[in-house]
Write a protein that binds this ligand. Structure first.
Ligand code: SF4
Length: 177
């Protein structure tokens, strides 16, 4: 079976997100605000910008492409933690930066937990592989013990594969998203 690489998956996901934005973006409609209006202008006072950005957030809230737009903004690294200067995907730049940081931490924690789980499962799998089936119970007992051991090894291997697949999928699809 042909498997998609993580890079291919990431590119495909981006193309899907971009097409949703291309079709649905309220800010790209003919009578929408000019692109530059979504950024704080040079010399624009913070009070005026906050008033404008609240209005921009209201526009985003009614945009059918908001989720896709936000995911693209997160993937593209839009927004900075200490600079209030843009609105995109229903968030200010600072909110985008915070959301990205939260997701990075959550992703890192999930990856660390999976590494631990993978290491434990690999040790268990190794133990099962080198264990001698119980000799008690004669030939039939030994065959049953061997069958049980094989089943256990198969289940452990399946769990390892499941975790590895989840990791590959997340690397392709879920980075900062
Ligand atoms: S969510 Fe906001 S910035 Fe994104 S496409 Fe819609 S209107 Fe434009």
């Amino acid at each position: 079976m042909h498997r998609m690489t993580s890079t291919q998956a990431r590119h495909r996901r981006r193309a899907v997100l971009q097409s949703v934005v291309d079709v649905g973006a309220v800010c790209a409609q003919p009578r929408a605000l000019a692109p530059g209006e979504w950024f704080r202008k040079d010399g624009e006072g913070i009070g005026l910008w906050r008033t404008r950005s609240r209005e921009l957030l209201r526009v985003c809230a009614g945009c059918p492409a908001m989720d896709a737009c936000r995911e693209l903004a997160l993937r593209d690294g839009d927004g900075e933690a200490h600079t209030d200067e843009l609105v995109c995907g229903g968030m200010t730049g600072q909110q985008l930066a915070r959301a990205r940081a939260r997701q990075t931490k959550r992703l890192a924690a999930a990856v660390a937990a999976e590494w631990r789980q993978l290491a434990d499962l690999t040790v268990q799998l190794h133990r099962e592989a080198i264990k001698n089936p119980d000799k008690a119970g004669g030939q039939r007992g030994q065959a049953l013990a061997q069958a049980a051991q094989n089943t256990q090894a198969r289940e452990l291997a399946a769990k390892v594969r499941q975790i590895q697949s989840a990791r590959r999928a997340r690397t392709g699809w879920g980075e900062a998203a």
